[in-house]
Ligand binder design. Structure first.
Ligand code: SF4
Length: 339
């Protein structure tokens, strides 16, 4: 089953396809309005197109989106999509409704080469990078199933987005294109384990895409164990990349910290983090650890987490706790596996 959208995902390509079918140019715009405006994904229902045009389109594109995907729904409203790719692998994406917001968490790779030791995706190895189409189709299928457009997109699903920059930036260009979703760049967040070249490239791009860094600890030895990429981009190099990013963008950076019992949740860890954050326009996001089968880490107990936050707050560092969502369907942070 192909995961590629069966329609060309770029408007210009679709316009060309429409012309090749001998249809008037404006028919492409009409179809796009149905897809991205009314969220209708069947040609039959596109009633302002003549029956003959609908028939031609249906013949040329028997399916608008791929089939064979699965949706699991969690008790808290989270929905997890498992999407088969053309080569038989699967990627997962998650939808997180919250009051008046709807966030889609998308994957950028099948598996992940970074191999963070507390992450289920990382424990399963790396298969390959996704294409722009394979990223975009995750969003389109979620839009179709939920009949709703996202208000926010986060690249926090499977994979390290900055190790697949051309496709991730290409997908962002699509999502922010006024002819498609027209999402504001500030509604999009890229979460990286600390690929400094990606941080530099993001800083140079137009728009206001948010940057989140999975820091977890400000101790090099501990971080190298948790996030093996730290050996390639140690903390001093990563911090310098953040300094350069801030000098160029003046946009606040989020540091994600998954607190693990007895690993990175002690007073000394909090003080290390305070030193790392000193002088940076940043905010710390404490992420509750979501255990998965075969993992020996445990979440930090609540009193330890509270103390940790207290130290940061006392030092004047803004800190929030990210609520865990979708853990009952293995859709929470670090739980995606494509299986
Ligand atoms: S936490 Fe992110 S970067 Fe680390 S292994 Fe998991 S998916 Fe990859």
């Amino acid at each position: 089953m192909s995961s590629t959208s069966l329609l060309p995902i770029r408007f210009e390509d679709f316009q060309k396809a429409v012309a090749d079918l001998g249809l008037e140019k404006f028919r492409a715009r009409q179809v796009w309005d149905w897809l991205f405006g009314k969220l209708v994904f069947e040609f039959e229902a596109m009633t302002n197109l003549p029956a003959a045009a609908r028939e031609r389109l249906r013949e040329a594109f028997p399916r608008i989106l791929p089939e064979g995907y699965e949706i699991q729904r969690g008790a808290d409203g989270t929905a997890k999509l498992a999407l088969p790719l053309a080569d038989g692998a699967r990627v997962e994406a998650v939808s997180l409704p919250d009051d008046d917001a709807l966030t889609f968490c998308l994957s950028s790779q099948q598996g992940c080469p970074v191999g963070c030791t507390f992450c289920r995706t990382g424990s399963l190895g790396f298969h390959r990078n996704l294409t722009v189409e394979e990223i975009a189709v995750q969003l389109m299928v979620l839009v179709k199933v939920l009949h709703a457009k996202p208000t926010n997109i986060v690249f926090m699903g499977m994979g390290e987005p900055f190790l697949n920059r051309p496709a991730v930036f290409g997908a962002i260009d699509l999502f922010t294109d006024p002819k498609q979703l027209g999402l504001a760049t500030r509604r999009i967040t890229i979460s990286t384990a600390g690929v400094v070249e990606g941080i530099a490239e993001l800083a140079k791009r137009p728009g206001e895409v948010n940057l989140a860094i999975s820091l977890h600890t400000a101790d090099d030895d501990a971080r190298s164990l948790l996030v093996p990429l730290n050996r390639r981009y140690p903390l001093a190099r990563l911090r310098q990349a953040v300094v350069d990013y801030l000098a160029r963008t003046n946009r606040r950076v989020s540091f994600e910290v998954t607190l693990l019992r007895g690993v990175n949740d002690r007073l000394s860890d909090a003080l290390n983090l305070v030193r790392f954050c000193e002088g940076l326009l940043c905010h710390v996001n404490i992420v509750r650890f979501n255990p998965f089968p075969s993992c020996s880490y445990r979440p930090s107990p609540e009193p330890a987490e509270k103390e940790f936050r207290k130290v940061l707050k006392k030092a004047g560092i803004p800190v929030t706790v990210r609520r865990s969502r979708g853990a009952d369907i293995l859709a929470a942070c670090g739980q995606l596996a494509g299986r």
